[in-house]
Design a protein around this ligand. Structure first.
Ligand code: ATP
Length: 228
């Protein structure tokens, strides 16, 4: 797949008859006898960006981890292209790129080695593509520096470069803006809108007010409007 190729073929990927890529139905989760969410319903379509909002501890990370299959203490249904994810785990995981709270960068490896490893889990890509992804996130000339010698924001950028080499349709990102400077924030916002522009879908938690040219749907786990 080339970087500009559409991510979704409506004939092959959406043949289930539903427009939704991801559907969350009647989701219930409680932790330590405290209900985080109950009867939570939402869907995500190709070309859609959904921002999950909520106060600290409201369950944003928990929700994302449930969807990604990293937490199974819930009730309800999660569907991918109309079919339960539990019945098509490999297909779902092949369509998903999750970047969690911890950036998931191996600090012994260099940025280039991290991206090679990340790509090898799906579709290996050549080094020229890896290097151009690293350049795009501002890491030109840092390709061979061990990540332990990079700053927190630079490690976050290594992680975000994975977005550029991944064929995944669905990006699930947990607080991806946290350590980024203003240029990094702008670049990531650009990446998000390019992805949805190509028919991808994004589920993102952030307290940051997104400044993107595409529409942003919002899901607030507090159930109340938040200040802008
Ligand atoms: N490993 C765990 N075991 C038990 N309870 C947990 C665990 N991790 C989180 N919780 C609880 O689940 C609730 C939701 O946590 P979660 O991390 O999903 O919130 P969040 O909305 O992402 O918060 P933040 O905005 O601070 O990142 C919190 O009340 C927390 O105490």
């Amino acid at each position: 797949m080339t970087p500009d190729e559409p991510l979704i073929s409506t004939e092959t990927d959406l043949q289930s008859g539903t427009d939704s890529l991801l559907q969350v139905q009647s989701l219930f989760c409680e932790r330590d006898e405290r209900v985080l969410f109950s009867d939570l319903n939402f869907s995500l379509q190709a070309g859609q960006l959904l921002q999950v909002l909520g106060s600290n501890g409201s369950g944003k990370t928990t929700l994302l981890r449930i969807i990604c299959g990293l937490n199974d203490s819930y009730q309800g249904n999660i569907l991918w292209c109309g079919e339960p994810v539990r019945e098509q785990r490999e297909t779902f995981l092949a369509s998903l790129l999750y970047i969690g709270h911890r950036v998931g960068v191996n600090r012994i490896l260099t940025p280039r080695e991290n991206l090679r490893w990340s790509a090898s889990l799906h579709t290996p890509v050549d080094d020229s593509r890896i290097d151009s992804a690293l350049a795009r996130v501002g890491l030109k000339a840092y390709e061979d520096v061990p990540c332990r010698n990079l700053s927190a924001g630079q490690n976050q950028r290594v992680s975000l470069a994975r977005l550029l080499i991944s064929p995944a349709v669905l990006w699930i990102l947990d607080e991806p803006f946290t350590t980024l400077d203003v240029y990094g924030v702008r670049e990531l916002e650009q990446l998000l809108s390019e992805h949805v522009g190509k028919g991808g879908a994004v589920l993102v938690t952030t307290h940051h007010r997104l400044n993107v040219p595409c529409a942003v749907e919002r899901l607030n786990l507090d159930g109340v409007e938040q200040p802008a």
